[in-house]
Write a protein that binds this ligand. Structure first.
Ligand code: FAD
Length: 406
């Protein structure tokens, strides 16, 4: 991680987090969207002395931030520009302090753990990672090990004997999203940060000088504010259009199947071609996830679930007898180049954006919350964030951007 970025994302205090929070009598910031991005940024804003209010159209923490797998490493980071790795590195460096803070504040456990990430290599792989992955890891200092077939099967006994070898990143972590979100929500409540659910924002009002002055809710109510942070996940593109802004954020649906087996049956996150397995401590194994550009089409489908299961049994035949427990889906806030939009909106003083985190919103949450809260409170970022600016040209980057529409 570059030193400048380290400097700008100062770690949160280590001892009593509760006492470091003040009552927030300062800048009134309406945070639109109660997902991980909105909730965590509101918590950080509160810590900096602002008076945030979270406005959530449904129930907070129930959309993408609930549905995701919680892998704390991007899928194929070598396909992105370097600036993306710097943002990820910065954010992941903050994860331990953020996690300790919300666990301490809330009294709840998030099940954040270092389980490592393993990419098995087979002769007929569709996605060839090895060379790019090794080069990227070396450049950015991510510790990686090359395993032969025997070592890979020893680490993961359910693995197919056809595996030719594997790449292992032992330091990669994961978190149990719903638990993290519960802890953040509880921390917000205990810090008396107001959160209004069933409160859909439909407009942003300006004062005579053209500065943001209010938000309008679907029930006709107007809330007076000094600033607005648009963190509405997959709905951000729609809402942006409603307030006269072009933001190419669209939902990319992901389906997940939940298996259950003995704890320790799978030890690492296993990623192969388009499928990953994420083992939780209690024996649950998440198998994800599809990438579907089908708008806000709800529900899981038999075809996708079968594909995920077939891939699982091919990579790890030792899981054939695992119980299939549940299936669900979520809408990733997609962006054409796979990267988030972070920062102020030109020509719209007081309007800020933190959205489009796509496949990486949990990994990027601490960094986003830290950067955005400081920026909104008047502290300019000390790193170049131009690759994430709101008005960058929309270029669909093959492989990390939008999948082909159905
Ligand atoms: C299947 C799947 C797997 C994933 N796996 C991973 C992973 O392993 N690692 C990782 O880092 N990321 C992963 N992600 C991505 C990650 O979950 C998202 O990037 C992240 O949750 C986005 O957070 P958010 O707060 O922007 O959006 P959301 O969690 O969707 O929250 C946005 C909120 O805004 C609210 N809202 C929308 N419009 C309005 C409005 N007009 N007024 C008020 N409220 C509004 C919504 O109701 C919603 O609650 C995955 C996602 C999915 C779906």
């Amino acid at each position: 991680m570059p030193r400048e970025f380290r400097k700008c994302i100062q770690q949160l205090p280590g001892e009593s987090f509760v006492s470091s929070f003040n009552q927030g009598s300062g800048k009134r910031v309406a945070v639109v969207g109660g997902g991980i991005i909105g909730c965590l940024t509101a918590l950080y804003l509160h810590r900096l002395g602002a008076s945030p209010i979270i406005l959530e159209k449904g129930s907070a923490g129930r959309e993408s931030s609930w549905a995701g797998a919680g892998i704390l490493c991007p899928i194929h980071p070598w396909l992105y520009p370097d600036s993306f790795t710097h943002l990820v590195d910065g954010s992941l460096a903050m994860f331990p302090a953020m996690n300790a803070m919300v666990e301490q504040l809330s009294g709840l456990k998030t099940e954040w753990q270092t389980s490592g990430l393993l990419i098995p290599l087979f002769a007929d792989d569709r996605i060839h990672h090895r060379d790019q992955a090794l080069a990227w890891s070396k450049r950015f200092g991510w510790h990686v090990e090359e395993l032969d077939s025997k070592q890979a099967c020893k680490l993961e006994p359910t693995m197919s004997g056809h595996v030719g070898g594997a790449l292992l990143w032992p330091d990669v972590g994961q978190v149990r999203n719903p638990r993290l979100l519960s802890a953040i929500k509880q921390a917000l409540a205990l810090c008396h940060v107001p959160m209004r659910e069933q409160a859909e924002v439909i407009g942003v009002g300006k004062n005579g000088q053209g500065d943001v002055a209010s938000v309008t809710l679907a029930n006709g109510e107007s809330v007076e504010v000094d600033a607005v942070l648009l963190a509405a996940g997959s709905w951000s593109g729609e809402l942006a259009r409603q307030i006269g802004l072009e933001l190419p954020v669209e939902p990319v649906k992901g389906q997940i199947v939940l298996l259950r087996d003995e704890p320790g049956k799978v030890n690492h996150i296993i990623k192969h071609d388009d499928v990953y397995l994420v083992p939780r401590l209690d024996g649950h194994i998440l198998v994800g996830a599809s990438m579907e550009r089908v708008g806000f089409e709800p529900g899981t489908t038999e075809a996708v679930v079968n594909n995920l299961l077939e891939a699982t049994y091919r990579i790890t035949p030792g899981l054939k007898d695992s119980k299939i427990i549940q299936q669900w889906m979520g809408f990733r806030p997609g962006s054409p180049d796979g990267m988030p939009y972070l920062g102020p909106v030109d020509g719209y003083p007081g309007l800020w954006v933190a959205t489009g985190h796509y496949r990486n919103g949990v990994a990027l949450a601490p960094g986003t919350a830290d950067l955005m809260s400081r920026w909104i409170m008047g502290e300019e970022p000390k790193v170049d964030l131009s690759d994430f600016r709101v008005n960058r040209p929309a270029v669909n980057i093959d492989k990390v951007g939008f999948p082909t529409a159905a």
